[in-house]
Write a protein that binds this ligand. Structure first.
Ligand SMILES: [Zn+2]
Length: 249
């Protein structure tokens, strides 16, 4: 990496398969794309390691995964079919005809739906580990705002009408290229009509029940990884009731 006097940065990396991630603790960090993962015990999944890393380390790993997915999924130009060449650093890929491509993101919404009785809505998909429950989520569709997507997804999945969603925070989710936008939203009704094509089960949970689950006292209920935005939304609801107003309560 070189810096010019006006602060512009020129990336350089050893080869096209190397991804430049940025400076952390005074040193440049890179990631390499490999075609096969060696069967060695020191190779572990990012999902499993994320809870043991600092936020900065998890961010670097997430960036590496996003850039690796970009390299893997953008090998040929979708406009002219030519092979794409990566620019040093891995954040741009060009074809000989001058078409340029950059890492893209799929926006998704994830929402803490709460009611006027001190309860949070959690659901689960059939493919999840037994007992795992989490807040609802879904992709933003073409032509939608994130708030539209919150209202549509909650209605589609559990038949609940909601108030205006309030933005809480976001998290890049490089599995493979999502940006999760977190919302809190109050339910206007509480009778669930579950679309079993979308989710296996959903129910309302009070703070006491989720406290037991968070402290691993309730073996029947498991919450998501503490590093995930889904768990952060659940914990935010548990500890900050003032951020989830109930006008009629
Ligand atoms: Zn092209």
């Amino acid at each position: 990496m070189q810096c010019s006097p006006d602060g512009a940065i020129a990336w350089h990396a050893p080869d096209q398969a190397t991804l430049a991630l940025g400076v952390w603790q005074g040193r440049w960090r890179y990631a390499s794309v490999v075609s096969d993962v060696p069967d060695q015990p020191d190779w572990r999944s990012v999902r499993r390691c994320a809870t043991q890393w600092s936020p900065a380390e998890a961010d670097l790993a997430g960036m590496a995964m996003a850039l690796a997915h970009f390299a893997h999924s953008h090998r040929f130009c979708p406009r002219c079919g030519s092979a794409l060449q990566a620019l040093p650093g891995g954040r741009q890929r060009n074809c000989p005809e001058g078409h340029q491509f950059f890492p893209r993101l799929d926006p998704a919404v994830i929402m803490a739906v709460y009611d006027d009785h001190g309860r949070l809505l959690l659901g689960r998909q059939s493919t999840w580990p037994e007992g795992m429950m989490s807040v609802l989520a879904g992709f933003v569709d073409a032509g939608e705002t994130p708030e539209d997507a919150v209202r549509r997804e909650v209605m589609e999945e559990v038949g609940i009408d909601v108030d205006t969603p309030h933005y809480i925070g976001a998290q890049p989710w490089p599995f493979p290229q999502s940006l999760m936008l977190g919302y809190a939203v109050r339910a206007r009704n509480t009778v669930l009509t579950i679309d079993h094509a979308e989710i296996e089960h959903a129910d309302w949970f009070d703070r006491e029940t989720l406290q037991r689950a968070a402290s691993a006292q309730d073996c029947a209920l498991h919450l998501s990884n503490p590093a995930s935005i889904s768990r952060r939304l659940i914990d935010y609801w548990r500890y900050h009731p003032e951020a989830f107003p109930c006008p009629s309560a």
